[in-house]
Design a protein around this ligand. Sequence first.
Ligand SMILES: CC(=O)SCCNC(=O)CCNC(=O)[C@H](O)C(C)(C)COP(=O)(O)OP(=O)(O)OC[C@H]1O[C@@H](n2cnc3c(N)ncnc32)[C@H](O)[C@@H]1OP(=O)(O)O
Ligand SMILES: O=CC(=O)O
Ligand SMILES: [Mg+2]
Length: 571
Amino acid sequence: MVSFETFLQPNNFLQKKTSGMIGYDVPEGVDIRGRYDPEFSKILTRDALQFVADLQREFKNHIKYAMECRKETKMRYNNGGLPGFDPATKYIREGEWMCAPVPHAVADRRVEITGPVERKMIINALNSGAKVFMADFEDALSPSWENLMRGQVNLRDAVNGTISFHDQARNRVYKLNDQTAKLFVRPRGWHLPEAHIFIDGEPATGCLVDFGLYFFHNYANFRKAQGQGFGPFFYLPKMENSREARIWNNVFDKAEKWAGIEKGSIRATVLIETLPAVFQMNEILYELRDHSVGLNCGRWDYIFSYVKTFQAHPDRLLPDRVLVGMSQHFMRSYSDLLIHTCHKRGVHAMGGMAAQIPIRDDPAANEAALELVRKDKLREVKAGHDGTWAAHPGLIPACMEVFTNNMSNAPNLIHSMKRHDASILTEEDLLQSPRGVRTMEGLRLNTRVGIQYLAAWLTGAGSVPLYNLMEDAATAEISRVQNWQWLKYGVELDGDGLGVKVNLDLFGRVVEEEMARIEREVGKEKFKKGMYKEACKLFTRQCTAPVLDDFLTLDAYNNIVMHHPIASSRL
Ligand SMILES: CC(=O)SCCNC(=O)CCNC(=O)[C@H](O)C(C)(C)COP(=O)(O)OP(=O)(O)OC[C@H]1O[C@@H](n2cnc3c(N)ncnc32)[C@H](O)[C@@H]1OP(=O)(O)O
Ligand SMILES: O=CC(=O)O
Ligand SMILES: [Mg+2]
């Protein structure tokens, strides 16, 4: 497995500094190892890089410490411990405090569209009719140098209102409408390095690069054009503990001071998408109370995290991935407690993503998919969520209708749906094992989805449609860790009536057969040109590893690091 520490060893990089060649104008201690591009150089200015370097220098030890704490906690769970509420922070959970009032500009977030920071998609998302667009450097983006830097260029143009795109094949020009969604940006998680930017001899922290460059170039225009004096707005992913939220809060404080804007200008919604974090929701809001606009149910990573947290607990095996929905007791409890917690503190409780996307060539299947989305959204709004996520513009009208019909005329439900009943939810409710069967088809589906997703990711696409569902890094993680878990514990596939146990032989056969199926489905040509074999190797190694890798993408990242002028380098 490639750990964060591996990236800290410069000797692992074949590429050294490109002195004397055309390159970026960098401040002391900063080394750019990604391709030079004149467009990128307008983002990677000396001052912007200085801002990122200052963030890195101030916070790197706090981040390292937080990552060490994650390891310690993991060890505790691996030794039989369970996540739970922290007695030391009871006073925060029981205290009477509120988050800063929600800015008017983002009071109404009933439907939010998400998508990678790709140029055409940004325009489509901003024009989609959703209230918010979450532009994603995380689950939906393969973090290649090109994707990240183009993403920054695209966001700058979007905030300036000058973004356009000419689709030459269709001779169609894309421009922003007069009315657009409010922009939130999701940087990467704390664990991911940015291997193309070295600061003082170490790879920069990915999320500080994403945040720092975006904030530096856009805060002023954003506040004028979008935030009505507030902003910029962010989504913060994959945190496990409130100490990680405190780092973000300090990053925001520092950025505000640097920009000379009022404390509390920057606002962020934290995704509750790890199992340990569900016990820290009050604490996370408390740390970010000047900068918070709520929490979101990141349901897919949450399921992934359930498996990861309980990797050493064979009594908590998951059933087939398709059976782990929001109606499972532990998922419903998580959503209910999140709503209660957010509304008690005066901020939004956002729902999550239904994975269905429109099915163009089959009206009946399309209607069935839409109906599943409507049902999911109805459950969310009735439970008290203030808004929800949509993966595709085609789903916005249906989501909007469900939320609008169930919200009276208010922009949100913060004050009307307190969900006091959820305050009694216990650790047992939040940890209850999901119910359901395991099948050979579940194993097969995990395998062919995981491999195809990874093949797309390695070629630059971080979200893809597969079998009429949206797949991204979070959903692919479920496929990976579920296979790992079933193999590790030799589970019986009890839903088929065959009593087959999962072992290496069986998995080997499944991988071979699913690769053959993928080749048939995508066609020989695409299969040959694509990265399916590389993806298969990576995915199979991770599913069969004696020790579970923390993240699929941390290992896979190794394959997309491209140092220049040497065309490609392996870490
Ligand atoms: C677990 C989580 O973290 S969820 C959040 C992260 N995941 C995401 O954000 C996924 C977002 N969704 C997507 O990436 C896409 O919808 C996909 C990959 C699933 C499907 O995309 P496609 O195959 O291109 O869909 P499709 O062909 O139906 O697209 C039709 C049009 O809608 C646009 N579109 C589709 N999804 C989006 C989106 N999320 N945002 C903006 N535009 C979109 C396409 O660009 C295309 O535009 P065009 O007609 O102008 O060419
Ligand atoms: O980021 C969202 C999720 O569901 O994961
Ligand atoms: Mg996620």
